[in-house]
Design a protein around this ligand. Structure first.
Ligand code: HEC
Ligand code: HEC
Length: 374
């Protein structure tokens, strides 16, 4: 116990040293962690049957997860027609070269928007180098992809169709030929973009998919806690949340999605072994070497394996690695258990079948391009 407290103290000192640079890129600085004195104060040894007193107020805890103006401003209005079209396109195998892969293949909505593999298999079983992140709560991210190379969901959504290791469509022409050959799609695009001369376009397909993705939100007990119900978290989850905040995890994992508000170096305090240059690939700026868009921790229990390369297979291991490489600290086993308990409270209820059930897709016609296994 003593050892834990000492280690926590060390962590907070190092946090104090870097927290200003850490929050540099978020539009709104997240609230600072409490001063080291809070943790260094001698804690009375609690009797085993007496639950330990909370060290951080509900108000303080909630303050780490408020929406940032930057993310809120980016939310456009979506119509019911666009959302319905986006849902069909999300499940549409015919947007892949061999008609065998859809967005849902790698971001399975029934399993919290992931495929559970370290790296996904695309066209002809080819593998990319990065883990498929969940599409749930992706709308709450400042940018898309581990390196943030797409600014918005709209910009992201057209990428996979033409990516040779993902859906491998040879080009926009093939996507348009497919959509235009299916009368029900032509009708749905018209209904979704009524004022446009050429409603069937790759940009509008991406726009509709993004509208659908903005519906991919889960609600968990943590939301009840945020809304004011302190009894929504168990004693252990509350302890985990307090440690999560006090040790500085919230410097990076903050906002409503518990992440997604900034780019941060993986290995900030202690170098992390990875070949992936992260955000540097996009900006070619030395400062961005090994920086990644901080992932959401919503539903993190269900979105493993973890990290950009899917190399971490156990959640407690992810917590230990974060403590070591991002904060320069080591948690005792009981502390890891508490944080993991808190992280599991972020697991939400999936939306109902009106969002998640695979839609009935309109039939192909004579002119629909045929599957191509090459
Ligand atoms: C073959 C697997 C595969 C398919 C098919 C696929 N994705 Fe992905 N998706 C990935 C991987 C891998 C990444 C992460 C790549 C990276 O960061 O470099 C990703 C990233 C994303 C992200 C960013 C999430 C975040 O947190 O940054 C979104 C959103 C997304 N995909 C949506 C889609 C949509 C929409 C489709 C269909 C049009 C689709 N994906 C098809 C594997 C796939
Ligand atoms: C300095 C910023 C920073 C701090 C502090 C930080 N993280 Fe992270 N966290 C990240 C980044 C960046 C990633 C993505 C890692 C990667 O791409 O491999 C991440 C990934 C994770 C993941 C895996 C998520 C996934 O979907 O793969 C978990 C779990 C996690 N962090 C928990 C924590 C916990 C618990 C703490 C506190 C002990 C913490 N983090 C502190 C930046 C941070």
């Amino acid at each position: 116990m003593m050892r834990n407290r000492l280690l926590l103290g060390v962590g907070l000192v190092s946090l104090g040293a870097f927290s200003s640079s850490c929050s540099k890129e978020s539009k709104e600085s997240p609230p600072a962690a409490p001063p080291p004195a809070a943790a260094a104060a001698p804690a009375p040894a609690p009797a085993p049957e007496e639950p330990p007193k909370p060290r951080m107020s509900h108000e303080k805890l909630v303050s780490f997860f408020r929406p940032s103006a930057a993310v809120k401003a980016a939310t456009p209005e979506d119509t019911a027609a666009q959302i319905a079209l986006g849902r069909m396109l999300f499940f549409e195998n015919r947007l892949s070269k061999n008609h065998d892969i859809s967005c849902n293949s790698c971001h399975d909505l029934a399993t919290f928007g992931v495929d559970g593999k370290p790296t996904s298999e695309g066209h002809k079983g080819q593998k990319g180098t990065r883990n498929a992140p969940t599409v749930f709560h992706a709308a709450g991210h400042i940018a898309q992809f581990w390196d943030g190379r797409a600014a918005t969901l709209e910009e992201q959504a057209s990428g996979p169709m033409m990516n040779p290791v993902e859906m491998a469509m040879p080009g926009e022409k093939q996507v348009l030929a497919t959509l235009n050959s299916i009368p029900q799609y032509v009708k749905s695009f018209k209904a979704s973009f009524p004022r446009e001369k050429k409603p069937v376009s790759v940009a509008n397909a991406a726009r509709a998919i993004a509208a659908f993705e903005r519906k991919l939100i889960t609600t968990s007990r943590f939301d009840k806690f945020l809304a004011g119900d302190e009894s929504a978290l168990t004693e252990q989850e509350r302890r985990g949340l307090e440690l999560f905040a006090a040790s500085g995890c919230t410097t990076c994992h903050n906002g409503p999605a518990v992440g997604g508000t900034s780019f941060q170096k993986l290995g900030l305090i202690e170098e992390y072994p990875t070949e992936d240059k992260g955000r540097f690939e996009v900006t070619k700026n030395e400062e961005d070497l090994h920086k990644f868009r901080v992932p959401t921790l919503r539903n993190v229990e269900k979105t493993g394996p973890w990290f950009h390369d899917g190399s971490v297979k156990e959640l407690p291991q992810a917590v230990r690695l974060m403590a070591k490489h991002q904060l320069g600290m080591a948690f005792a086993d009981a502390e890891v258990d508490d944080i993991v308990a808190f992280l599991k409270s972020l697991t939400g209820a999936l939306p109902g079948p009106e969002v998640l059930a695979p839609p009935t897709l309109p039939p192909s016609t004579r002119t629909t391009p045929k599957p191509d296994p090459t």
